[in-house]
Design a protein around this ligand. Structure first.
Ligand code: NDP
Length: 506
């Protein structure tokens, strides 16, 4: 018999809203496969209701016309409300996504709260060209305007933080949003919407529809009522969204897959590099688009690096994500576990890589965790560039290690994937670090670290990792239109240039 669980509703026009059809999806706790909530499997009719609410709030409501200072005040309040409720929200994220509570609270929520405050402040300081008399007879000014309704389609690896990265800059700039969270991790998004309401946000500025990406997500992307789509997700999903968005020529902002290279030169501090590979590679059980998944290690330090790495990886604690000691929780779903298991099988059987560690579910987890989607931290060594485990995103705790002999070879191999999101370089030689970071075709390069992001700096991809930026002032380029307004200064009936179109030169 199924346990009683909370039944959630959609959030449309500032109200909790039953779906048009009474269809619901179970939401699981991935650490024990128990159902923890039921959320609406919304239909295209529900998507339309949410779009209409966002449209009306944008076209007729006060939000887009409010001063940046007044919007900022409300958005600061949102950050304060999250902060006051952070233990509950971070624990809900842990229960739904499976990430360790320390990662949820002290990383995702701590950073996300700072992101919200940054966006609230930065929107008061948007930049553009100075007003001026560029042709001598008129004054040109730039207006930065909200675009309209933004659909924010978010993934399951950082469910709440990705809503912050997409929806908060969008609303800070005066847009209204419809958020579609990933089907397996909708819970903190729904809580966030209810909490935002208490900040004084006008009704309809934020709406949430849950349900299948191929139904509700696609309805948002195809709708003429939506002006912009922001997605964090798979590259394949990004391609589908670009295609579907072309029907209405709407803007898309895409943060897609990654396969980050991690380059260790012979002069690197190997203790620091091996530590960096553990945190960079196994963060969030490897379910991170910036995760350090391809470790290129100079041949002269290859063995000693691996020795240090193996020792550290053996100490990763996999288990109950609510426990303070746990480093890695489960993977988010049985589908993701199957994907990881299949890629590891390919690594062993088809690629012929050398399995050093892991490659299985942890054998001695006790109930209820024995029913969870846990996977051991896994290392493959002696990999080659053409292997599928080197080329394809696995999105699990699986790292591939490859030797290299020259900086040119390291750069060429690092760049030789379809992705271009994040990368890192480990060396004490500042000249080498500068040269290599310029040559890497990735939107982010870390030197002697892997993962740090800050609110003030952009995060986004090159190549098939997408385009547009999350975080920083650059993100407002995705959520504002730039308008040129021109004022004639002459007051003349006939301007000097009119003859080029009509009549003769005076
Ligand atoms: P998706 O790209 O399918 O999911 C991301 C979001 O897009 C979800 O909200 C999803 O909804 C939605 N979506 C899916 N299809 C469509 C569509 N046709 N139109 C509009 N929205 C859509 O990722 P998956 O969950 O399937 O994960 C697959 C792989 O993607 C992972 O194994 C990983 O490799 C990669 N990934 C990368 C992420 C990143 O941060 N770059 C994040 C997540 C995954 P729904 O959940 O209902 O399907």
């Amino acid at each position: 018999m199924q346990k009683e669980v909370a039944v959630q509703e959609l959030y449309i026009g500032g109200e909790l809203s039953r779906p048009v059809r009474a269809e619901y999806n179970d939401v699981l706790n991935p650490s024990n496969a128990e159902v923890i909530a039921r959320v609406p499997r919304a239909s295209t009719e529900d998507a339309k209701k949410a779009i209409d609410a966002a449209r009306e709030a944008f076209d007729k409501g006060p939000w887009s016309k409010m001063s940046p200072a007044d919007r900022s005040k409300i958005i600061w309040k949102i950050a304060d409300l999250v902060e006051q409720d952070v233990d509950r929200l971070a624990m809900l994220e842990t229960e739904n996504q499976g990430k360790p509570f320390k990662l949820s609270k002290d990383s995702d929520f701590a950073f996300g709260i700072d992101n919200i405050r940054f966006f609230a402040s930065a929107v008061r300081n948007l930049e553009g060209k100075a007003a001026g008399e560029y042709n001598g007879i008129g004054t040109s000014i730039i207006r930065r305007e909200p675009i309209g309704v933004v659909a924010c389609i978010t993934p399951w690896n950082y469910p709440w933080m990705m809503v912050v990265w997409k929806a908060i800059p969008a609303i800070a700039a005066g847009n209204t949003v419809v958020i579609k969270p990933a089907s397996v991790t909708p819970l903190t998004t729904l809580e966030f919407a209810k909490l935002m309401e208490r900040s004084g946000l006008p009704k309809g500025v934020v709406n949430v529809v849950t349900g299948d990406g191929s139904v509700v997500g696609e309805a948002l992307v195809r709708s003429s009522g939506v002006d912009v789509v922001g997605l964090t997700g798979d590259t394949a999903t990004g391609k589908k969204i670009m295609e579907a968005a072309s029907g209405t020529v709407k803007r898309v902002q895409l943060e897609l897959g990654g396969k980050a290279p991690f380059i260790v030169f012979d002069d690197a501090d190997l203790d620091a590099a091996s530590e960096g590979a553990v945190v960079g590679g196994f963060v969030n059980s490897g379910q991170d688009c910036t995760a350090a998944t391809r470790l290129y290690v100079h041949e002269s330090v290859y063995d000693s690096f691996i020795q240090k790495l193996v020792q550290k990886v053996r100490r990763i604690i996999v288990g109950d994500p609510k426990s303070k000691e746990t480093d890695n929780g489960p993977l988010v779903s049985s589908a993701q576990l199957n994907k990881v298991e299949n890629m590891v099988r390919i690594g062993k059987e088809e690629d012929g890589a050398k399995l050093l560690l892991g490659g299985r579910k942890p054998p001695n987890l006790e109930a209820p965790f024995s029913r969870g989607y846990f996977y051991e931290p896994t290392l493959f060594a002696d990999c080659t560039q053409d292997m599928r485990i080197v080329q394809q995103e696995i999105f699990g705790p699986v790292l591939a290690i490859l030797p290299f002999s020259t900086p040119e070879e390291a750069i060429e191999k690092a760049n030789d994937v379809v992705y271009g999101l994040a990368s890192s370089v480990w060396t004490k030689d500042v000249y080498k670090a500068m040269k290599v970071s310029a040559a890497l075709r990735f939107g982010e390069v870390w030197v002697n670290d892997h993962l740090p992001l800050v609110s003030e700096m952009p995060h986004g991809g090159y190549k098939q990792s997408g385009f547009g930026k999350d975080l920083s002032g650059y993100t407002f380029d995705d959520y504002t239109d730039v308008k040129h307004v021109y004022f004639d200064l002459t007051g003349a009936v006939r301007k000097g240039w009119h003859y080029t179109i009509y009549g003769q030169q005076p």
